[in-house]
Design a protein around this ligand. Structure first.
Ligand code: ATP
Ligand code: MN
Length: 433
């Protein structure tokens, strides 16, 4: 592939034009903001089409691929790290998967059955989230209305870490940030970044999301036909595997896409062998893209912080202006889900060992809660099941005054809070603004 000079005559030494042949992609990593402009042809970023001649700017931390099916010319401006062109991409395989899902949707249109319910699995850094984004974007471009489910509690791409949830999709993901517009997300407080921190709660919430998604499919035909794409987290051993099987069953998954892991593929084939389960599941092994960039522990941490920051402050493309106000302790009731486990011998006779994991525990305000991200439950009263009730949004406790019996809340909307039940998370956010 040719790297042509373009900078000299524009007066911006970093601008460069790249000509891409068909079925190739320009990959780059961003440290300081980098802009692209599509000069000729048609190209996409993980399934979102790039509008021609428009300058798009990627923030630091982005890892991007500009892919073209038929060839294009693209201008890159700024100091992109490691920009290179690859002709080795699994995009044709991924497009074929989209075609299979599309066939299932066509069938669902006439049969009245549900469309594809796809679980994407694999270990960390294989491109699971990117594949979900691609398949959702393609579904949108084929005029479908799929539901995106994200059960990755560590790097949740719907809202903030520590939650899992679902989002009906009707627009492609933003090219620069990758996020789908979150007008009505269904989000639950799990509170941890790893599924094994509270196994029972993790499973209960997956079951609940699956129930709501399936109810939606019953009442909204385009959701039923569009089906759902489920993103999972990269922990695939022990309880990680058990949780994936639980999700596959709860969502009555009919397609499982395994990225790059023959062992996991065979494990899942065995569990979902037609002679063992009454669930028709196609398990498919897919190659990962050579472009996927591995993230260190520190990078994951940073990306979690960024995601909370984005919740409150938005992005450089869409700024939000959060509110900060005092909340009297008497205005709210604070709970956490799950009490410490007790030895079986100490449990009352008819309590199950697992029950403590989904028990609601009242928490008194104290300085320990400083910087805690709290989910504001949509529940109106304690008659509702707080564990299985989704959230209206989040507040972060940025200051706490025991003398005055108030805490300061950072919130997306002004005082007063629309509800009174707060569900704690182990996620802490330092508001440095
Ligand atoms: P995790 O285990 O953290 O959930 P994952 O398996 O979901 O990771 P992704 O988040 O999809 O992996 O990909 C990791 C990073 O690689 C992302 O920043 C993504 O933008 C980037 N990436 C994916 N595919 C490509 C590609 N073809 N070219 C360049 N970058 C890519
Ligand atoms: Mn992911």
């Amino acid at each position: 592939m040719m790297r042509q000079t373009g900078g000299a005559h524009t007066g911006k030494p970093e601008a460069a034009e790249w000509s891409l042949n068909r079925e190739s992609e320009l990959r780059f990593e961003v440290d300081t903001p980098v802009s692209i402009k599509l000069l000729e042809g048609v190209a996409e970023v993980f399934g979102s089409e790039i509008p021609p001649n428009k300058t798009l700017t990627f923030d630091s931390g982005s890892k991007v691929a500009v892919f073209t099916w038929h060839g294009c010319k693209v201008q890159l401006e700024g100091e992109a790290q490691l920009a290179y062109v690859s002709t080795e991409t699994p995009m044709i395989t991924y497009l074929n998967i989209h075609a299979v899902l599309e066939k299932m949707r066509e069938k669902a249109e006439t049969s009245g059955d549900d469309g594809p319910r796809v679980l994407v699995v694999g270990s960390t850094d294989v491109g699971k989230t990117t594949l979900c984004r691609l398949l959702l974007n393609y579904a949108i471009r084929w005029n479908r209305r799929p539901v995106f489910v994200d059960i990755d509690c560590g790097q949740n791409s719907i809202l903030v870490p520590g939650t899992i949830g679902a989002l009906p999709i009707d627009k492609p993901a933003s090219i620069e940030g990758g996020e789908f517009a979150t007008s009505a997300p269904l989000v639950y407080q799990y509170g941890w970044i790893s599924p094994d921190s509270n196994k029972q709660l993790y499973k209960v919430l997956i079951t609940e999301i699956a129930r709501v998604v399936s109810e939606r499919a019953k009442t909204i035909a385009e959701s039923r036909i569009g089906g759902c794409i489920i993103n999972s987290c990269g922990w695939i051993d022990g309880f990680g595997f058990e949780a994936l099987v639980h999700a596959a069953k709860a969502f009555r998954t009919n397609v499982i896409l395994v990225l790059d892991q023959e062992r996991l593929y065979n494990q899942l084939k065995m569990v979902f062998d037609p002679s063992r389960v009454d669930q028709d599941v196609q398990v498919v092994l897919l190659p990962k893209s050579g472009g996927v960039v591995a993230r260190s522990k520190a990078a994951r941490r940073q990306s979690r912080d960024q995601s909370v920051y984005r919740y409150f402050y938005g992005t450089s493309r869409e700024l939000f202006f959060p509110h900060s106000f005092d909340v009297k302790f008497s205005e709210v009731q604070i709970y956490k889900i799950g009490s410490p486990s007790v030895p079986a011998s100490c449990l009352p006779i008819d309590t199950k060992q697992d029950d403590h994991e989904t028990k609601l525990v009242s928490v008194d305000p104290s300085p320990d809660l400083l910087h805690t991200l709290c989910g504001l439950s949509l529940a109106n009263s304690l008659d509702e099941d707080l564990v299985r009730t989704n959230l209206a949004g989040f507040v972060c406790i940025t200051d706490i005054d025991m003398d005055r019996q108030v805490f300061t809340a950072l919130a997306p909307a002004p005082h007063p809070l629309p509800r009174r039940f707060l569900l704690l998370s182990s996620i802490r956010f330092m508001d440095l603004k």
